[in-house]
Write a protein that binds this ligand. Structure first.
Ligand SMILES: *Cc1c(COP(=O)(O)O)cnc(C)c1O
Ligand SMILES: [Zn+2]
Length: 426
């Protein structure tokens, strides 16, 4: 099936997409390029008319479509025919039997965005939607505040779509994340400070320059793209929901959007509501949300990150309260992983399932392992572990922990002496 085949919507998108609503006070706004509520500065979210889609957006319609994230286009906030991200999404849901055995559980899946197109992380989903919207709004320049993967994804998609690009990252990222942006030739700006400083600075820039900051002024649309991760999990499980899903938390975009995806599928009658539980994963060196969950606190305290999991090192998460709310109301929990546990989990996933994830994925698997040991994830219930990024970008994290190649002369004697040591004399 050719991905360039258009995806005709079952209902005119301009009728389905109603407008924006403030997540704080509920105030409704007509469609326009605004992103915070004028009354309380609350974040806005896109409102859809699900009634128009019920019975029309069916399992069969979705299954007949090309394998990219636009197969769920009626539930995404783009009205024109999608042109950006035609190869993104539809990553594997791996039935992880060997890993399940090692962890002592019966039904375990890896949703593997380490191989997302084109920049190997879940960010290719949010960026596909945000840049499509940037195009609709007529922006010429796109930008973002990034911990690395978002910058990579904006750079690549923007190159193909012909935008001018400015990427802002905290200084000191992994070389793989730097090269992974620079190769697409954006203006890459390293800011002396941590991600939260970068984000604050970008908000300031956004007031002066008419640029599309994908995760700031396009945030209501950007976040919607993350729903496709959840839609795919439900479809790939055979149109059902898992009993548990473990999700990494940085700014707090993906966890609430996977929840929203599951809710929307329930609303449309595409899956049965089996009440999945959402569990949050953070690194011990940056765990404001998990700490609040474990302390059963109503508020979280922003922190200064110090962890090898740089892609999820956000000390003051924009959607932190939404994450806490969803974890609590679904009966989920949260855990954190030390740098050592992150490295061990990266190796475990590679050795059992042949998947090389980055430090964020190591964090999520390490947390899943802990939650299994604690009995929070019962051994006979279905579990999805969210792998969101690729290990080739964070090689520094494991390079000193995986041994080294053996070196030989190009002859049989040398090979047998060095590699078959014990066997050589037989
Ligand atoms: C951005 C990112 C996340 C999660 O970030 P949210 O802002 O919480 O959605 C997780 N894993 C990787 C690899 C990322 O790049
Ligand atoms: Zn409001």
């Amino acid at each position: 099936m050719h991905p360039h085949r258009p995806i005709p919507p079952v209902v005119d998108p301009s009728r389905v997409i109603k407008g924006l609503r403030c997540k704080e006070c509920g105030h409704f706004y007509e469609k326009s390029p605004i992103y915070v509520c004028e009354f309380d500065f609350g974040p806005l979210e896109v409102v859809y008319d699900y009634e128009l889609l019920r019975g029309k957006l069916t399992r069969e319609v979705i299954e007949s479509r090309p394998k990219n994230l636009w197969r769920y286009r009626e539930l995404l906030p783009v009205e024109s025919e999608p042109e950006i991200g035609l190869y993104s999404g539809c990553t594997p849901l791996v039935h992880a039997d060997r890993l399940a055995k090692r962890l002592g559980v019966e039904e375990l899946y890896i949703k593997d965005d380490s191989c997302n197109h084109p920049t190997f992380s879940y960010k290719d989903r949010v960026v596909s939607v945000a840049l499509s919207k940037a195009k609709e709004f007529g922006y010429k320049t796109v930008s973002c505040a990034s911990t690395g993967n978002l910058g990579n994804s904006v750079s690549a998609h923007a190159a193909r779509a012909g935008f001018e690009t400015y990427i802002f990252v905290p200084a000191g990222l992994e070389i793989g994340k730097i090269v992974g942006s620079l190769v697409y030739h954006p203006t890459l700006v390293e800011v002396e400070g941590n991600y939260d400083d970068v984000n604050r600075f970008c908000s300031e820039l956004g007031e002066k320059y008419r640029w599309a900051f994908v995760n700031i002024n396009l945030r209501p649309y950007y976040t919607e793209g993350a729903k496709t991760y959840g839609f795919e999990v439900a479809e790939q499980l055979g149109w059902r929901l898992p009993q548990h899903i473990v999700v990494p938390v940085a700014g707090g975009t993906i966890l609430p959007r996977v929840y929203r995806a599951f809710r929307e599928f329930v609303t449309l009658g595409l899956v049965e509501d089996t009440k999945p539980r959402f569990h949050a994963a953070q690194a011990a060196g940056c765990s404001p949300i998990v700490t609040a969950i474990k302390e059963r606190s109503e508020v979280f305290r922003p922190v200064k990150p110090n962890t090898i999991a740089k892609s999820i090192a956000i000390g003051n998460p924009a959607d932190g309260y939404e994450v806490m709310d969803i974890v609590r109301k679904t009966g989920g929990w949260g855990e954190e992983a030390t740098d050592e546990e992150i490295i061990d989990a990266i190796k475990l996933l590679a050795e059992t399932e042949g998947i090389f994830t980055e430090t964020a994925g190591g964090t999520t698997l390490a947390v899943a392992k802990k939650l299994i040991e604690q009995g929070v994830l019962p051994r006979d219930e279905s579990i999805v572990v969210s792998i969101t990024g690729n290990g080739m970008k964070t090689q520094e994290a494991v390079a000193d922990h995986i041994g080294a190649p053996v070196r030989i002369q190009p002859n049989l004697a040398s090979f047998e002496e060095v590699c078959l040591g014990a066997l050589a004399g037989v």
